[in-house]
Design a protein around this ligand. Structure first.
Ligand code: ARG
Length: 463
């Protein structure tokens, strides 16, 4: 169809075709062809329902069914020619259906509008993405569990302000991310259960006078039920925003972990070695092995959260029901979904492949006066000092060690007693990093015993 003829879908009212600029701003086929499979699934469910309710004759429904399968296979094999003049995926499919089966195709749009059609397609598409995110998160959690189990009792420095704080276990650090990604998974599943209602049959905005069966189409498409209000059904995109919201928080978690991997894989830290499969070299510096995947994961949140903001801006201030603004919902969501799935997969691969450098972790764990809190706690427990005074005594010992350019366990008993006379040889037991982590048995603490309990719990949950 050329630009100058009137539109075959609504030519009745129009004498001329659209201006080229109008066509360019109006067409969505360049991107919404990604919903082709969903569009055809929705049409098949709708056609079957039109047949079952006697709205369309069995022979026409059968022709439509077969024709839609032909169109689907043309799209899948790449034989389908998408046309910008036909605006979007809905009209491209219907137009081709008309070419393939003739007049019965004209009955498919009975009791339906592109408004409920696009809302249905997009819900189905986002639902698939929620399922993909679910699978990606579970795979990542399993990879983290593998790391946590192997290194449940490996010690490393725990940081606050990126300054050495207290020793923790490698397993504990990995399990912190398991908890975060588990909450992301919860948000994904929660969004899926809330969004799983069918807009189909809301028609343009007010419902229809045909005796349709919305429960039947909802069932056929795997929805839990039809949406209760036709205006709402065609005019909200909160399901896409919930996906973007959950994706944004997940991307934030991925970004933080990616940042840690960038730091940890540097020559200064050497906490982890990333596999060659998930690193790149430099074109000029032969010694370089760069954590590009981690850096890109760290950056992906920009696109994902950007999409969230963009769609929120599209939707704010729109009166009910459908407005063409809403066509701007898809590209953002498509891009965010692609970015999230790639980031999840890359993170999973990196975590599976990476090697934690146990010796480097342990060396770092013991430096930076990381057991100062253990020392203060010992003064409270054994010498019955008030914590504030214990803090003060420990601070003086740290200052002394700093002056002598050594770590706390390297001070002599005489050094210690010079600061507080009550200190005994037994204090040296708590200054070791392994004793330190083993003592942190409080619920949720870093002790290897607790870490192994958590690993076992999550393995059972994930099955
Ligand atoms: N391409 C449109 C979109 O993505 C489909 C719905 C068009 N509806 C309409 N009344 N113009 O939103």
């Amino acid at each position: 169809m050329s630009d100058t003829t009137s539109n075959q879908m609504w030519g009745g009212r129009f004498a001329a075709g659209p201006d080229a600029i109008m066509e360019a701003i109006n067409a969505s086929i360049g991107f919404d062809q990604r919903m082709a499979a969903q569009d055809i699934a929705g049409s098949r469910a709708h056609a079957a329902m039109l047949g079952a309710t006697g709205i369309v004759s069995p022979s026409d429904v059968e022709a439509i069914r077969k024709g839609l399968l032909t169109v689907l296979s043309e799209i899948e094999t790449g034989a389908f020619v998408f046309s910008t003049a036909l605006e979007d995926i809905h009209m491209n499919v219907e137009s081709r259906l008309t070419e393939v089966i003739g007049t019965p195709a004209g009955r498919l749009h009975t009791a339906r509008s592109r408004n409920d059609q696009v809302a249905t397609d997009f819900r189905l598409w986002v639902r698939d993405q929620l399922d993909a995110a679910d699978a990606g998160l579970v795979a990542l959690m399993r990879a983290l569990l593998g790391q946590a189990e192997a290194g449940a009792d490996w010690v490393m420095p725990g940081f606050t302000h990126l300054q050495t704080a207290q020793p923790v276990t490698w397993g504990h650090h990995m399990m912190a991310y398991v908890e975060m990604f588990a909450r992301d998974l919860g948000r994904v599943r929660d969004a899926r259960s809330r969004m799983n209602e069918s807009p189909l049959g809301a028609a343009a905005l007010a419902g229809t006078s045909f005796p349709i069966d919305r429960h039947m189409t909802a069932d056929a498409l795997g929805f839990d039920r039809p949406m209760a209000n036709s205006l709402d059904a065609v005019s909200d995109r909160d399901f896409a925003l919930e996906f973007l919201g959950a994706a944004s928080i997940c991307a934030m978690h991925l970004s933080r972990f990616a940042e840690e991997l960038v730091i940890w894989s540097s020559a200064q830290f050497r906490f982890v070695t990333l596999s060659d499969r998930f690193s790149t070299g430099s074109s000029i510096m032969p010694q370089k092995k760069n954590p590009d995947a981690a850096e890109l994961i760290r950056a992906k949140i920009g696109r994902i959260f950007g999409a969230n903001v963009a769609l929120m801006m599209v939707m704010k201030g729109l009166p009910l029901a459908y407005s063409k603004d809403m066509q701007e919902d898809k590209e953002q969501v498509f891009d965010a979904a692609d970015s999230l799935m790639l980031a999840l997969a890359a993170m999973e691969g990196m975590v599976r492949d990476m090697t934690a450098n146990r010796a480097a972790l342990e060396r770092a764990a013991a430096s930076g006066f990381s057991t100062a809190t253990d020392l203060a706690d010992w003064l409270v427990r054994v010498l019955d000092l008030p914590f504030r005074q214990a803090h003060h005594v420990t601070g003086a010992l740290v200052a002394l060690a700093e002056k002598k350019d050594c770590d706390l366990p390297d001070l002599t008993l005489a050094d210690m007693q010079g600061v507080h006379e009550g200190i005994t040889e037994a204090v040296f037991e708590v200054l070791g990093v392994h004793n330190s982590v083993a003592s942190r048995l409080s619920h949720g603490g870093t002790a290897p015993l607790r870490v192994r309990e958590q690993v076992a719990r999550w393995k059972e949950i994930l099955g």
